[in-house]
Write a protein that binds this ligand. Sequence first.
Ligand SMILES: *Cc1c(COP(=O)(O)O)cnc(C)c1O
Length: 430
Amino acid sequence: MDVPDTTRASAREADDADALSRFRDRFSVPGTYMDGNSLGPLSEESEAALDRVVDQWREHAVEGWTEADPDWFHYGERLGTKVAPLVGARDDEVVVTGSTTVNIHTLVGTFLDMASEPGAPPEERGTVLVDDLDFPTDHYAIRAQLRQRGLDPDDHLTVVESRDGRTIDEADVEAALETEDVDVLFLPSVLYRSGQLLDIGRLTEAAHANGAYAGFDLAHSVGVVPHDLSDHGVDFAVWCHYKYLNAGPGAVAGLYCNESHVGATPALAGWWGHEKATQFEMHHIFTPAQSAGAFQIGTVPVLAAAPLDGALDIHHEAGIEAIREKSIALTEYLVALVDELPNAFAVGSPRDPVHRGGHVAVEHPEAYRLTQALKDEGCVVDFRPPNVVRVAPAPLYTGFEDVFDVAETLRDLHETRAYEAYEPKSGGVT
Ligand SMILES: *Cc1c(COP(=O)(O)O)cnc(C)c1O
C-alpha cells in the first residue's frame, strides 16, 4: 500500500484508493479518533450482537444457557475459536474469559507452579523475567503471584532495562535469560508507550533454549498485528478485546495456552474451567477442561462478551493481513508528517515498521497540555507520561486525511501556543 506524500490532496487520494475505507461507516466514530488502542468505538455489528443476547435473555431466561442460538454455555469457547486465527492459534488453545489482569494472575501463577517442584525452598525456585517499560498491572499481578508462593518479588523478578527509555533490546533479554535462572519470561508484544513490536519468535526460542516458559501480553497488538503463537511454540498469552478489537468498555478478555500444556492445574481454578461434560455433576474435585477453557474461573459474562462476537465478524471480513498492511502505511505516513513538524516534536517509536505496532509515540515537552488541546479541536489521542502524545490510527475507521489533520493540529497548537490555556499536569486520572 502506497504511503501518500505530505500534502492533503495526496492523503485524500490514498483514502479513495483504500479498500478498507468502506468499514468506517459501520462505526460510531467521535471526531478524529486516534485512541482506539485505549477503547475502540462501537460498531453496528457489536450493537446487534449485544441486542441479540438481550433478546435471548428476555425470551429464554435461564434456558438461554442451552436454548439460545448460539448457546451461552459454550460462549467463551466459541468466541475463543473465533479469535484464534487473529493470534495464530488452534481452536482449543484460546478462550474468551476474565480480564487481562486476572488472566496474568492465573497463567503466570500456573507456569510458576509447573516450573518448580511442589514445596521446593525459595532459593531453588526461579524468577519471572519482565522489562522496565511494562504496563504496570502486569508487574502488580506477577509480584502478587510471587508473594503468594512465599517468594520475595525483589529477588524473583528479573527486570530487563531499556537502554533508551523507549525500547527494549531483544539481545538484552537473551543475555538475561542466559545469566539469570529464569522460569517464566513474560513480555508485551507491543510496548504500550513507544509502540515497539518485539520479536515473539526470537524471544520464545531464547526462553526455551534456557529452560524458561514464554508468555506474552498482546493487549496492544491483537487485532492490528497478525500473530503465530502456535507456530512459535509460545506457552501462553493474554490480551484484552476493548482496544483494537472494539468489543466495548471492560469487554471480556482472551487467553491462549499451548496445547502441549493441556491438563495443567490452573493457579486460579473455578467451576467454569471444569471439563464441560461433567461440570454439572458437581464434583468437589476439579477436573480441568482439556483445552485453554480450563483457565476460565466463574460463569462467562455473556453481556460483556457479546459485542466481541460482532466485532470479530468485521475483523474477519476485513482480514488481519489487510489491516496490518494499512496500519503500516498509516503509521509510516504519521512518522513522515511528524518529521516535518517543528523540532520540539520527536518520533518516539521505532522507525522500521517491522519493529512497530499500530500506534506512534509523538514526543513533545508539553505533551500533556497538547493532548488536552487536541481533544478540544476534535482529535482524540492520549497522553502517556512523561512526554508522549500517543496517536493510534486504527485501520478500520481511520483514514490518511485523519492522520494529516492530527499532524496539522499539532503544528497549529505548537505554533500558536494555544496549549498554554490548559492547566499543566498534576496527578490524578490522565
Ligand atoms: C490495556 C492493558 C492491560 C489492561 O488490563 P485490564 O485487566 O483489562 O485492565 C493490561 N496490560 C497491558 C499491557 C495493557 O496494555
